[in-house]
Write a protein that binds this ligand. Sequence first.
Ligand code: ADE
Length: 247
Amino acid sequence: MKLDIVTIFPDYFAPLDVSLLGKARRTGLLDVRVHDLREWTHDRHRTVDDTPYGGGPGMVMKPEPWGEVLDTVAPPGSDPAPRLVVPTPSGRPFTQAMAAELAAEPWLVFACGRYEGIDSRVVDEARTRMRVDEVSLGDFVLAGGEVAVLVMVEAVGRLLPGVLGNADSVTDDSFAPGPMESLLEGPVYTKPPLWRDRPVPEVLLSGNHGAIARWRRDEALRRTARNRPDLLVRMDPGSLDEHDRRV
Ligand code: ADE
């Protein structure tokens, strides 16, 4: 998968050399290029922002450098065209389903806004030649899109075939499609079986796979009810059995 990231802070993306994604880059599964937006300015101060029309606080990112960088990174007529992802608190919520959808694309471009955002004509114009998704990580405001892009690249990158060592770890995730969909993952344990007077739940040592699966589902239901009751409310009632309802 090819990823182009446009930012005024390329240093934010140093973590993409570390761990899973670093390895995916080194082995060629991920081809990541980070572009400094200021390279597409033409004034002495390399200006990327200006005051907002209509007044108000803060600054808005100027359209010209954005237009030029997008034309360079994804020249008009590119076939296939990339999908452009613009992180913004006013976007659609980022979900595991969206991560999976993005992971199926051959080429993503991420545009990191700062300040009050990017002049809206940039997205409007980009939409005439590529799919554009304005995406929010949640109901909070970051200082810019860089950290949001790191989050999305990690969520997408780990879904690419060959990036995770153990293919099962993706299917077991919270929010992954399947029987545990819309349930949070329950608690996990490893050796030793007794630590600071705290035993590992006995069922996990029993070797009884049916009982273990049932216990995991119960724990997932309890944790979801406690931490994310909104997920249980949204669940298809047909996906809950009699035992689930008693938990
Ligand atoms: N940029 C600033 N805040 C953001 C958020 N919550 N999600 C995505 N991008 C952002």
